[in-house]
Write a protein that binds this ligand. Structure first.
Ligand SMILES: N[C@@H](CCC(=O)N[C@@H](CS)C(=O)NCC(=O)O)C(=O)O
Length: 228
């Protein structure tokens, strides 16, 4: 590793995944924590200036600035020797690992985001529009987001019955990536003990990792989810 990594961590954001994984790996890094804009709750302007997307997380390494959680996590693993967080091609758990590594960001996160944004946007509406939009959002959620999210969660329940981690027998980077989706999902009531007992047990296993306590202390917040 040539230059020190700097994680630009935005409070209550997906950058918690990267912070947690760095703590798990024991990688040396510098941490800069940013607060959200008090009025808009978006990233502050200084954060938006670091990378073209303006979203969290961002990792910098000298002149290089990288956005996107999964790209950052892969890059960190690429420059970390002898880690065990990624089943290599040909390993028995490789296919399962690949599925969850991509499903977390490619399928699960967009569905969760749609539900959150649609629910939040209703709060800004004039009162006379609220009943109609509420019906529309409920219909859309029932028709589109819920069935897809339910199928993913059913598969998660099946897979976690056969092995303890999303990537199979060993803890992997897929666990750190999907941890944000799962923990925020649980904090918002989308994931619960009754319907998703294996996912809730997995959350407890993840939170029992000493790296979680270290990351939480550095993050300094009581939850991962942003509460509006
Ligand atoms: N797919 C991106 C999503 C990044 C993203 O939307 N981050 C949110 C935080 S969870 C953000 O930066 N929000 C503040 C803003 O957009 O100003 C990733 O995984 O890095």
């Amino acid at each position: 590793m040539s230059q020190l990594l700097t994680l630009h961590h935005l409070e209550y954001s997906q950058s918690f995944r990267v912070l947690w994984m760095l703590e798990e790996l024991g990688t040396p890094y510098e941490l800069i924590v940013y607060e959200r804009d008090a009025k808009t709750r978006a990233a502050p302007d200084e954060y938006k200036a670091i990378s073209p997307l303006g979203t969290a997380p961002v990792l910098t390494e000298g002149e290089m600035a990288l956005a996107e959680s999964s790209a950052i996590m892969e890059h960190i693993l690429d420059i970390t020797p002898n880690h065990t967080l990624r089943p290599e091609p040909g390993a028995p758990d490789r296919i399962r690992y690949l599925f969850w590594w991509h499903a977390a960001q490619g399928s699960m996160m967009p569905l969760q985001l749609m539900i959150t944004v649609l629910n939040l946007s209703q709060k800004q509406l004039p009162f006379f529009m609220k009943p109609f939009i509420k019906l529309y959002v409920a219909g859309l959620t029932r028709l589109f987001m819920e069935p897809r999210l339910n199928r993913l969660m059913e598969q998660a329940e099946v897979d976690l019955e056969t092995a303890p981690w999303f990537g199979g027998e060993r803890l992997s980077v897929a666990d750190f990536l999907i941890a944000y989706n799962m923990i925020v999902g649980a904090e918002r009531g989308m994931i619960n003990e009754r319907q998703h007992p294996n996912c809730m047990k997995w959350i407890a296993r993840m939170k029992a990792l000493p790296s979680f306590a270290r990351a939480t202390e550095k993050d300094g917040r009581a939850s991962m989810a942003l509460n509006y």
